[in-house]
Ligand binder design. Structure first.
Ligand code: MIC
Ligand code: SF4
Length: 646
């Protein structure tokens, strides 16, 4: 029986576990990346492990999220990360060099390699045939120290692309179509593998748009084959030496199959407030808009920007619309400046932003009250833009650019003839904003520069004998990490200060939660399905840890968040019968008697008593040998320290 592309890469990197679907496997990690909003914690954790130099083939620290320096905090974090990188053998991409995923694709990614990043959009690397996965900072720290990365052996979904995109229909519309079909939880536990004739008509940046936003399916990752198109992209980046041809065997067996005819697609949009709330652009056409933002790790490549420039050429942004554009990397921005496209964008009235995440993470450009904002980004969760009642629609750069000019939602197919957009034979290569680490001899003398806002990792404790605690919060389905630990310009500077950031935990749902949880001392959170979808931010586990949350009981979890809870020593539980969700109310006194003994015994089903109502509820505690030990130790940091001392 032949292998899928994913299985080939897994097989070449398997260091622990069996080649069996659904079981936990450990993978050797070739490359890691971090960004600054998750990076400070990741490097504090790495330091705590006491490993002098990273053991990966390449580890890169990017500064791209917290670039608004409204106070000393972010600048201090940048300086801290820069100094850790220098000391411990990590490449450092300085602020201004671009968004981690865009730069990594351009300058470091390599087909067939494994990559984990402390950012959920790390699967962007799947655009060049990497097995690239988002992970919590602690998992990235462990991988930098040479440890394996653990995932559940995924189901593989074959997405066969046939046909060819029509003019002004974009790669973004392909992933929006996949989201329409599979939903934001349809990818949990799966890898989405693209193949078929249609793949040959998609360039690397287009493939990367698709794998990037595969994160919104909840998928472990998404991947394209590595072929002659990958080779020409790598050649243009002067990195053809890393090329290897890779694809699935013709007799590979998949768990699910989907066929998408590219020729039948039309421009789509994800409507507020979920990436799978899809409508066609023609259905929305004519709706008045207030803002357009072009950029983010999904759509900020040179190709995207050239299309936008073509559409804006000789036109002016509509008087009622604010248009911002953030090219994804210094390479993209520099090339736009050299080929004149930047001048077209400026002339049209675009507000040019630095090459960073910017509005995507609420770092500026929040829309007006109730404002309708068209964004080329990947997430439109409630409040993420920084305006609570902002209405964010996720679209392609083509739809965004034409709508910015007309002032209303516009179907990009009305633009007229489309020229052929081709990638340059050579990109402008200038890595002067990537600082190399110190040599091993010099590393000892590198001083780590810490600011006063950088506080240590919160205290953890081994799993309790009995968890006897009230339900401090009950929430519904599809709770995102943006609900649990909101981001935005005001809160992000506290990412290195867990006590301070915890004061914002869950405030989107309930302003009183942090005070209540802290007063209760210990508590349990109850939630619905797909709990913790979205980002990889481990702060969504570390803040609850700090506030005394001992267990989270839900209908189902998103992959990375569940792992982050275990890493933080918080027990993840699911209802055996989803209907039992109704048997718990906020404030009820709950008890899991002898839970530690049960976990040690490997018991998967536990009895939770609702002492307020007298109900007995069966809950599942599905831990493998390794995750069981992590829970018993009080989290991954304690577990790794124990392992290292052995
Ligand atoms: C996001 O897009 O939500 C982020 C901000 O990039 C996060 C990481 C973070 O919260 O720092 C992600 O995607 O993992
Ligand atoms: Fe940055 Fe947005 Fe991409 Fe997250 S999704 S990495 S915030 S650009």
């Amino acid at each position: 029986m032949g292998l899928t592309l994913t299985e080939k890469i897994i097989k070449a990197h398997l260091v622990d576990g069996e080649f069996v679907k659904g079981s936990e496997i450990g993978l050797r990690i070739d490359q890691t990346l971090t960004q600054d909003a998750t990076g400070t914690m990741a490097y504090l954790e790495f330091e705590a492990m006491g490993v002098p130099r990273v053991k990966t083939e390449r580890s890169v620290a990017y500064i791209d999220h917290n670039t608004l320096q409204n106070g000393f905090e972010n600048a201090d974090d940048h300086r801290f990360i820069g100094s850790v990188a220098k000391k411990h053998g990590i490449y450092f991409s300085r602020p201004g060099n671009g968004i981690c995923h865009q730069v990594h694709l351009e300058r470091f990614g390599a087909p067939g390699k494994t990559l984990i990043g402390s950012d959920s959009h790390t699967p962007t690397g799947g655009g060049i045939g990497m097995l690239a996965m988002g992970a919590g900072g602690l998992d990235v720290a462990v991988a930098m120290g040479g440890g394996a990365y653990y995932i559940t052996y995924p189901k593989i979904v074959k997405v066969e692309l046939i046909g060819k995109l029509n003019p002004w229909v974009a790669a973004k519309d392909v992933i929006l179509e996949v989201l329409r079909r599979m939903s934001v939880k349809g990818g949990v536990g799966k890898v989405i593998e693209y193949c078929g004739e249609g793949v040959k008509s998609l360039s690397v940046p287009e493939r990367a748009t698709i794998t990037n936003m595969g994160a919104e399916l909840g998928a472990t990752t998404s991947i394209f084959p590595s072929d002659e198109i990958t080779l020409s992209f790598l050649k243009a980046q002067k990195r053809e030496d890393v090329y290897v041809e890779l694809c699935a065997d013709s007799d590979a067996v998949y768990d699910e199959e989907i066929v998408i005819n590219l020729s039948e697609l039309e421009p789509l949009a994800a409507c507020p407030h979920s990436p799978d709330n899809i409508k066609t652009a023609s259905e929305l056409s004519g709706m008045k808009i207030d803002q357009v933002c072009i950029g983010s790790c999904t759509n900020s490549s040179l190709l995207d920007m050239l299309k936008v420039a073509h559409i804006l050429k000789g036109r002016t942004v509509h008087p009622d619309v604010s248009l911002s554009i953030a090219p994804g990397s210094k390479q993209v921005l520099n090339m736009l400046a050299e080929n004149g496209a930047l001048s077209i964008l400026i002339a049209a009235g675009a507000r040019i932003l630095e090459s960073a995440c910017g509005p995507c993470i609420g770092m500026g450009q929040s829309p007006n009250s109730n404002g309708i904002s068209l964004r080329t980004f990947n997430r439109n969760f409630l409040g993420r833009s920084g305006t609570k009642d902002g209405q964010v629609y996720l679209v392609s750069p083509e739809t965004a650019a034409i709508s910015a000019v007309t002032g209303v939602f516009t179907d990009a197919r009305t633009i007229g003839d489309m020229p052929e957009f081709v990638l340059p034979e050579t990109f402008l290569i200038n890595d002067n904003m990537i600082t190399l680490p110190a040599s091993e001899e010099e590393a000892d003398s590198v001083e780590i520069l810490r600011g006063p806002n950088i506080k240590p990792f919160p205290e953890t404790a081994p799993l309790l004998e009995t968890i006897d605690a009230p339900c401090s919060l009950k929430v519904g389905d599809n709770i995102t990490t943006d609900h649990i630990m909101p981001a935005g310009a005001k809160i992000l500077p506290l990412r290195s200060n867990i006590p301070a950031i915890s004061q914002h935990c869950f405030t989107v749902c309930d302003e009183q939660f942090p005070t209540r949880a802290k007063e209760l001392g210990k508590s349990i959170i109850v939630g619905g399905s797909n709990y913790g979808q979205g980002s990889s931010r481990e702060h969504a586990a570390l803040a609850p840890l700090y506030l005394g949350v001992k267990a989270v009981l839900v209908k189902s979890f998103a992959r990375i968040h569940r792992a982050n809870l275990i890493n933080a020593g918080i027990l993840p539980l699911t209802f055996k019968n989803e209907a039992d969700y109704d048997k718990i109310n906020q404030g009820d006194e709950l008890c899991l008697a002898d839970v530690r003994k049960a976990v040690i015994a490997g018991q998967q089903e536990l009895n939770l008593v609702n002492k307020t109502t007298g109900d007995e509820i069966a809950v599942l505690c599905e831990l493998s040998g390794r995750t069981k030990d992590i829970m018993l130790s009080g989290g991954l940091l304690d577990y790794t320290r124990d392992q290292l001392s052995k």
